[in-house]
Design a protein around this ligand. Sequence first.
Ligand code: GTQ
Ligand code: FE2
Length: 377
Amino acid sequence: MSQNKSDPRDKLRGRSNVKDSPELIEFYEKLESKSATAFWRRANDIEPWEPITRYNPTLWRYQDLRDLVLRSAELVKPEEAGRRVIVLMNDSDAGREHTACVGWLFSGLQVMKPGEITPAHKHTASAQRFIMEGGGAYTVVDGHQVTLNKNDYVLTPNGCWHDHGVFEDGDISIWQDGLDIPLMNSLETNFYSVYPEVAQVPKYNIDDSPMTYGAPGLIPADREPWDKPYSPLLVYRWKDTKEALYNLSKAGSGSPFDGYILRYSNPVTGGWAMKTMGAHMQMLKPGQHTKAHRHTGNVMYNCAGGVGYSIIGGREFHWQEHDIFCVPSWVWHEHVNTSGSDEAFLYSFNDFPVMESLSLYQEESMSENKGHQKLAG
Ligand code: GTQ
Ligand code: FE2
């Protein structure tokens, strides 16, 4: 999408309205030869009336990708590939250029077979993972080993050593990884290191993180307060998340835009679990059709169960379990659960912490047409 050249507001004073002339064209050429340009040639593009995303709403169907992901497990070894990941690229030039799924976000499907490991390393980019398939997987984050099962949400905060694997008696495991790689590269702050050994030796009891910080409203009292800039709780178990969503649905009527929605938070602060990316799990009641809104910040969704569709920028994107789709910044969206009997669940991750910490988060609800988008075309 690009700036609408015929926006009537561009006639207003304060916008650029200079017409080309032979003298001006010659003048522009002279400027360009000195690595300069006239502001008014660019102004209306670089100061849009509102955010204009370079990214397209995109749907990745799991049934299209799953066989290819499994095929990658036959073709390359994780120790050769570093990480065996099939990257989701936004259906736009910007997506391909920045290896981005949407905005500042990277996402990929990582597959590991029983007995395999992903070699230990660290980077400035933060990562989070949503376990799509498989039991008996684990990750080790700065010496804390965490076991992983389907629909668990797990953190790899920036700068932490990490390696992953699947136990010998586990299942083939497929994860959706979400990282802020495009943000780190745009900021030109991305560093990478490899660990001296192929894998870390866990330093703590297995699952010490969820066993220490995973009880609702309870924090250990026998130690110095947690002072790292990320959550001490590294995994959020699906069983707990699902129960919390059902409880929330019994407690009130939820959000008009998102149904029942929970934020994965740092239990010590109540804030986001990591500095640059956040995540949610939401539940739509049978037949629920939410109202449309838009906001700054980018979101990647993964259907964690159920069937439905989302209307994004006036187009319908139909999803079922493990289909993935994105909502770019400032694009209208609303969600529909098409089942008359079952709940639908949407996991999502986003760059809202960046927007909020820079005071750039803005939100608008649709007022016309009873709060719903008109379909395009
Ligand atoms: O598992 O550590 O999809 O470093 C991309 C970069 C996964 C990982 C990705 C990574 C990882
Ligand atoms: Fe990594």
